[in-house]
Design a binder for this molecule. Sequence first.
Ligand code: URA
Length: 254
Amino acid sequence: MTASGERDTAMRLDKYLCDMGAGTRSEVKKLIAAGRVTVNGLPEKNAGRKVEERDRVALSGEEILYTACEYYMLNKPAGVISASRADLRKQEERCVVDLIDSRKRKDLFPVGRLDKDTVGLLLITNDGQLAHRLLSPKKHVGKTYYAELSRGISREDMERLSQGVDIGDEKPTLPCSLRPAEGQQEPFSRIYITICEGRFHQIKRMFAAVGSQVTRLKRLAMGPLRLDESLPEGGYRALTQTEIQALYNSLTVK
Ligand code: URA
């Protein structure tokens, strides 16, 4: 797979169509056998025919372009679970991938998890290699959140949090950066915080360690990727090539 999400090898015709959501493998085989599929304008009845980048595949006269990797930025709303369809235990639960109506691929998943009540930036893709690297603890990818707190915290509390606190795990949290949101005086109840780890309920547990509770949590950034504030909660858009490239670049320089 390339950084631009292009396909770099030949593949079977039935897999090509299946990947692009034309049906299950057996449904696609039937479509091919019925003569509904053409390659470069000629009917193709061999499901195992290898198609390459330059080949034009059409189903019932409509060209099907291949997308190897898809990348979406979702402004996650509250009440939706950060999981792929395949991860869901209860079929009736709504997961973040269901919100991407225009998806072509069936193998999309969220990169990392946000709690059900957390809103904001979530990267959704099927690029496993990129996801793996973004989530690797070794890469120290920064994640910035905006948090509203039940009780304001002092500068001293912020200093403690920035140095690392005990949240009941084996090790204290790693150093992180915090700043109060604009227009407040101490104690601060609206905070921007950037962490380089991804422990379970980490932000909530960190503020709990200094005696406060998170009442609203929104993720604003992940590495170089910033939430597009023009997206309403529940809204999404495809990443631009520049954003995809910036994510890759941020991982190779370290
Ligand atoms: N930390 C949390 O506590 N919750 C999230 O959803 C993300 C980070």
